[in-house]
Design a protein around this ligand. Structure first.
Ligand code: PLP
Ligand code: SF4
Length: 441
């Protein structure tokens, strides 16, 4: 086995060399191979050696998180892929892509969020909510390992073209300077922390100039603290990377590392706690988020421990998301009522400092919709909902009601309560979406 701080990727091409699975049956290995044609497979030596408990397969949460398995696919898709797996590469990929397209690879109308600027579409950026611009640097469109629930896999599996990613950040910086209401930039991916320090430095430079005083926060969304904490400890450019963080903080801006943690075991190693301390020593703040996922974290006590442990490590719990309507949804999804119960039971049992977390939240086409709870109004059982973020800021913090539905797993499964035809935002949303498709200048 290589030293733990030497990154070794495992993919469908070499996973049979993982020492911990040396005695697995051929059938079991082939199941992984077949599922991996659809759900991109990438794990690594840290995940395999330090996070997964190999005595608890297949139930281990981190195994479930990074190893594709038969149950992630619908039976008919699995059968079709199993039949195609021995075909020549081109035909096999054709079958795989066809199945992938059935799995809703562009959920929540994300392609409608690409902004227009000086008569051109600003590729590599999304601007959905007034205050925040998302930025997708081309060099950050992969991850140190892949999550089996991820909806970004069109990027990894070549279903979207790389022209949607940004090669340089100056045009996005110009856009933000011209939109004074924008205060936040969210650098996302993939995982931006796969970039080397010099490349990240180059991307960040235009955003920390004095001529963009409206830009106050730079957020970096990352799963690297789970998948490769050595990024901040022993990679050749670890020290340089932390210098880039320091530079952002010294520019007078808030640097928020938006860390994705799905389970408390991800916070259990010395490497991760050391990495967290080093990031914090630059003046950066770490906020945390995760979807609630069946088979991985569908128990209140897991969330209770996750938030508590995060606060122990001076991090700030931020969002609990509902699993999106994409990919292996049938495997991971929980009914909305169950998401709310898990949130509520966990939230009741932590101190106020852990209650910075908001959820459960659906990041859907009209905005981020929070499930406030289930109750009865005028004799009708209802979900009480509100917008934490809206395509129109006027929608934010306005409660609304949906008819209770015990099987609903997403916003589009819900209908308005009290016999109404539409939710209050639906007419405006149609208008906003059609205007987004054309230049706004
Ligand atoms: C969540 C999200 C943001 C950030 O919203 P905050 O409420 O400020 O955290 C920005 N853009 C998109 C598309 C998002 O989904
Ligand atoms: S780290 Fe994020 S972008 Fe990468 S596979 Fe996981 S969820 Fe997807």
């Amino acid at each position: 086995m290589p030293p733990k701080s030497t990154y070794q990727a495992y993919t469908v091409a070499n996973f049979r060399t993982i020492p911990q699975i040396a005695d697995w049956s051929e059938e079991k290995l082939q199941e992984i191979e077949i599922a991996a044609q659809i759900i991109p497979f990438k794990s690594n030596s840290y995940v395999v050696d330090e996070l997964i408990d190999w005595s608890n397969i297949p139930n281990d949460p981190i195994y479930t998180l990074t190893f594709p398995r038969k149950e992630l696919l619908r039976a008919s898709h699995y059968r079709a892929m199993a039949a195609a797996v021995r075909l020549p590469a081109e035909e096999r990929r054709y079958v795989a892509k066809k199945i992938q397209k059935h799995l809703n690879p562009d959920p929540s109308g994300q392609s409608a969020n690409v902004p227009w600027f000086h008569g051109k579409q600003l590729h590599g950026a999304q601007h959905k909510y007034r205050e925040t611009v998302l930025f997708f640097p081309a060099a950050g469109q992969t991850c140190h390992a892949y999550c089996t629930f991820c909806f970004r896999w069109p990027q990894f599996s070549g279903l979207t073209q790389s022209k949607f990613m940004a090669r340089e950040s100056q045009p996005v910086a110009d856009y933000i300077r011209n939109h004074p209401l924008v205060t936040d930039l969210l650098i996302t991916g993939g995982d931006p922390m796969v970039m080397n320090a010099d490349i990240l430095d180059g991307y960040v430079a235009p955003f920390i100039q004095e001529d963009i005083p409206n830009l106050r926060t730079i957020r970096i969304g990352t799963k690297s603290l789970t998948y490769w904490p050595y990024r901040y400890l022993s990679d050749p450019d670890s020290d340089k990377l932390l210098k880039v963080f320091e530079k952002i903080v010294k520019s007078g801006r808030n640097l928020a590392i938006m860390a994705h943690f799905n389970h408390p075991v991800e916070l259990s190693t010395k490497a991760v706690t050391d990495a967290i301390r080093r990031i914090q020593s630059t003046g950066a703040q770490i906020r945390t988020q995760s979807p609630v996922l069946r088979h991985i974290n569908d128990k209140p006590r897991i969330w209770n421990e996750l938030w508590r442990r995060q606060v122990d490590l001076n991090m700030v719990p931020y969002y609990m998301f509902v699993e999106r309507d994409t990919g292996a949804k049938h495997f991971f999804a929980l009914p909305l009522r169950r998401c709310w119960q898990i949130f509520r039971e966990a939230y009741q049992r932590v101190s106020g400092l852990c209650r910075t977390v908001r959820g459960p939240v659906m990041s859907a086409t009209p905005g981020k919709v929070q499930i406030i709870g289930v109750t009865e109004v005028a004799g009708e059982k209802v979900f009480v909902l509100t917008f934490i973020q809206g395509r129109d800021s006027e929608w934010v913090e306005r409660p609304f009601f949906a008819r209770y539905d015990k099987t609903a797993t997403w916003l589009h499964d819900l209908v308005p309560a009290f016999g109404e035809d539409d939710f209050f935002f639906e007419q405006d949303l149609k208008g906003l979406l059609s205007s987004r498709m054309s230049p706004m200048g």
